[in-house]
Design a protein around this ligand. Structure first.
Ligand code: C5P
Ligand code: C5P
Ligand code: C5P
Ligand code: ZN
Length: 473
């Protein structure tokens, strides 16, 4: 592929080098991360490898650490492709490379550790923001484009790349920006994605209207948000049919005129109840629709699709999520939907628990320890929902703990774009504070995580509080 044809020209040289090395391999082990971005990264890379005729096997890891990398090294593969992780563990990976265990190829968007390697595709290495402009799935997509051959155009894979980006919350300012926009453009050109300005509430495809309004937590409208009776009363006063055959309709069931009536009713109500204008603007955003998926299903809306994927991989069923990404609309989709009901219950119970228990304040941060009440694989999602909700003060980062094992504590941290603009970098906080107590961590400026020894919580918090203080001073 010519440089000019790359969706992200700044990354095209790195992508070509990675693609050439993969083509030269006998067999590739593809390792990816267990969340929506990791699953879509794995599905994009696996599809591109298969189309290029490159023999490979796919594995998923909860966390890439010295132990899981050693396990990967023990497998007899000459080349290992890491997607949606690998950059942060480059120190450990490069040691294996030097020993001749395997040649690493990395397509990632996390903060790199302080080492280099020959085949490394990461937006951060070219000045592109890895938390807001390109995800792991986006990096994998750029690689997939470099892998395409004379009879294979991989632009259809842009659909999964957008699911990954939204799964990592890269659209949190109302739409995708930067390199992600180029990926969207590819998907639109390929006829797999449609974009439209729409009411920006989670659940437009599957939620009945009262639930759509009641559960919308990003913009709080008094008397509607978190208020079932209020949401129903508001809907019943609108001059549209909100029910059909006795059943609540969904946003996707409304025609353009009906949507307009509902959206402007909601805006008027927000204005009348004193919601600030910047919050009212946040009610509208860009919707990304996967046009090949059936309307009214979780797969049609990229945001609902990403939650469906988290519901599989974060519960040790990455195989199910991968199968859905690869097109299984039978047994795998049915199983994913069952897992989704469980995931939703866990998120809602987890958030309730945090709201009821409250957080503990330190000088520069706030924290809670969920022990074994919240699964460590979703405690970060709950922390993100908590800091985005009016119940938790958004002016300090949140640090969440959950039990990982009898010996280890999982740490998740979430901040805000406003805090990042003031200097917050949670990736550095998690890495430095965890390493100071014998653990390890990393991630993004706005969202990061770590694992630490179970009895080091106090020392870890003291270090993290000091580092956040320095960053924000
Ligand atoms: O695995 P890691 O990249 O894959 O996951 C990113 C995490 O950071 C996700 O849980 C996502 O929700 C969170 N995030 C966030 N706010 C952002 C960007 C990412 O909470 N603006
Ligand atoms: O699970 P996932 O990280 O994809 O969720 C992304 C966002 O979608 C959450 O932070 C939350 O705001 C919203 N969400 C929701 N209800 C759910 C699942 C997710 O509102 N059941
Ligand atoms: O697990 P959690 O959702 O809190 O992770 C937030 C971000 O931090 C993710 O991008 C994840 O890959 C990263 N992380 C990391 N090292 C860890 C834990 C999380 O780089 N030990
Ligand atoms: Zn990611």
């Amino acid at each position: 592929m010519a440089v000019a044809d790359s969706p992200v020209p700044d990354l095209s040289e790195r992508a070509s080098a990675c693609a050439d090395r993969l083509r030269a391999a006998d067999r590739v082990l593809l390792a990816s991360h267990i969340d929506a971005d990791g699953l879509t990264s794995g599905a994009i890379a696996s599809t591109a490898l298969a189309r290029a005729g490159i023999d490979h096997e796919v594995v998923f890891e909860k966390q890439l650490d010295a132990e899981s990398i050693a396990g990967i090294a023990a497998r007899e593969f000459d080349v290992v492709l890491f997607t949606d992780f690998g950059s942060g563990q480059l120190d450990v990976i490069a040691d294996h490379e030097e020993r001749g265990d395997f040649v690493p190829v990395i397509a990632d968007h996390h903060q790199p550790a302080d080492r280099e390697t020959a085949f490394h595709l990461n937006p951060l290495l070219e000045g592109i923001n890895g938390a807001s402009e390109l995800s792991g799935a986006g990096a994998s997509y750029v690689l997939a484009r470099a892998l395409e051959g004379p009879d294979g155009d991989n632009r259809d894979l842009a659909a999964l790349a957008v699911v990954g980006a939204v799964g990592d919350m890269q659209d949190s300012d109302g739409g995708l920006v930067g390199a992600n926009e180029a990926v969207v453009t590819d998907g639109v050109d390929a006829g797999v994605i449609e974009t439209r300005t729409d009411l920006d509430l989670y659940g437009r495809q599957t939620r009945p209207l009262p639930k759509l309004l009641e559960y919308a937590s990003d913009v709080k409208i008094p008397g509607i948000s978190n208020d079932e009776a209020g949401a129903i009363a508001f809907l019943s006063d609108l001059d549209i049919d909100v029910k059909r055959d006795g059943e609540w309709r969904r946003w996707v069931d409304l025609d353009a005129g009906e949507r307009q009536v509902l959206a402007s009713g909601l805006m008027r109500r927000a204005v009348a109840s004193g919601v600030p204008s910047d919050r009212i603007e946040a009610l509208v955003g860009t919707a990304y629709t996967l046009v090949d998926e059936e309307p009214g299903t979780e797969l049609r809306d990229v945001s609902e699709f990403s939650t469906l994927l988290n519901a599989t991989a974060r519960y040790e069923r990455a195989d199910v999520g991968l199968a859905v990404c690869l097109g299984d609309r039978g047994d795998a989709l049915a199983e994913a939907r069952r897992l989704l009901r469980n995931h939703r219950r866990n998120l809602s119970e987890g958030l309730q628990w945090v709201k009821a228990e409250g957080v503990t304040d330190e000088e520069h941060l706030q924290w809670f320890d969920a022990g074994s009440r919240i699964r460590e694989t979703i405690v970060g999602i709950v922390a993100g929902m908590a800091i985005g909700s009016p119940a938790v003060d958004g002016s300090k980062p949140v640090i969440a703990f959950a039990e990982e094992s009898a010996e280890e504590l999982k740490v998740s941290s979430r901040g805000s774009h406003a805090l990042v603009r003031r200097g917050l970098d949670l990736s550095a906080v998690m890495r430095e504070a965890s390493q100071s107590v014998g653990g390890d961590g990393g991630g993004h400026d706005v969202a990061a995580g770590a694992t630490i020894p179970i009895d080091e919580r106090g020392a870890f918090l003291a270090a993290a509080d000091r580092i956040v203080g320095e960053q924000l001073s």
